[in-house]
Design a protein around this ligand. Sequence first.
Ligand code: NAD
Length: 436
Amino acid sequence: MRLTVIGTGYLGLTHAVCMAELGHEVIGLDTDAKKVAQIAAGETPFFEPGLEALLRKNLDAGRLRLTTSYGEAAEFGDIHFLCVGTPQAADGSADMSHVHSAVDGLSPHLSSACLVVGKSTVPVGTARKLIARIRSRAPAKDKVEIAWNPEFLREGFAIQDSLSPDRLVFGAMSDRPADLLRQVYASPIASGTPSLIMDLETAELVKVSANAFLATKISFINAMAEVCEKVGADVVRLAEALGRDERIGRRFLAPGLGFGGGCLPKDIRAFRSSAEELGVDSLVNLLGEVDAINLNRRSRVVDLARKAVGGKLTGRRIGVLGLAFKPGSDDVRDSPSLHVCGLLMHESAVVTAHDPAALNAAARIRPDLRYADTISKAAEGADVVLHLTEWSEYQAIDPAMLAAVVARRNIIDARCALDGQLWRSAGWAFQVLGRQ
Ligand code: NAD
């Protein structure tokens, strides 16, 4: 099939490459000409395991090409996937301007029957508004149809999640769009991936409610961490025991610094904003608390750092381990670690940070932070070391070796991932969120 993918960021590039890998002919379109040239040259603009090799394979095979031209994309494709960003607006709602400019760019070129498929995460009710907007601008008018096919991929596992998703959700107003989507995804469906067909609104809601549920689970265990800190209990053992209950499950029950990244924080705020508009106060309150618990963990780490240096952070040297919002990624969008760095710098601490993958991405957002390309350099002369992203290399640090470079042996494990006994036996004052 001939597909276009509009927006070649994390989601769109992965989708374009994976659709080509499934054997479709694909054009990826982005308004960022520099990004388009980089991708066309076989380079991914972000770190995602295995994606660059698969991109090159499909460019070389001639199944994938890139453009900035809506005319070219519209003429080429029978199905157009919308994968542009829906960032957070100043009031917390979803900023729909990229989605609107994408459909406004595409629509005037749609002169024959085709299907527009939304994959971006959007407020409920978007698809129905978009199809009216598209048909009012497209020469093909009612021959343009719409479907919603929300995306659940996880950064770090994007290829696996795209080629073998655990479910496919197709929101459609009639049988034809769902049939076309079944053809697009014939290969994963043949391998056993269930395809769930529903109305447009329910499909839009599946995505935002999945993210709201996952965020709630993380904030729940982090609220338990607060309780554990008060009574001297151990949130890691608690989570382990809770997670063994099949009804609860272990995943997304890891206590620590909470969630960040380009999806969960903005998606729960946008969903909260939708709930506000719809007058569903219970959800407004619930998601407000989930967000507040999440942000509290960040200031808690700063409190512990202050305590570790005996009061004031002014002029104190802090070594930060980890900047990406999670290990295996160079994504620093709404990174809890970068937020903590900002809070520390606000109190005039001198912060030097290390990350195995995200140094460049972080430097683009926070050029005022000091960066180190080795763990030792980040910790050099530090009054306190903060472990903020649980990369496996940090679990492999020899505490005795690191002790040789720091000014004081203080470490705070905000991800509950280091071996406290090991650090303490090497003479470190070891503090950890939610446990002793
Ligand atoms: P991103 O910022 O990485 O990519 C968006 C891309 O769209 C950029 O390359 C930008 O240049 C391009 N763009 C903007 N306006 C455009 C236009 N008018 N025409 C063509 N291209 C345009 O964002 P992302 O992380 O890929 O997220 C995209 C959507 O997917 C969001 O709604 C997000 O919530 C959702 N999503 C993301 C993930 C993820 O893991 N990143 C997972 C599931 C869903």
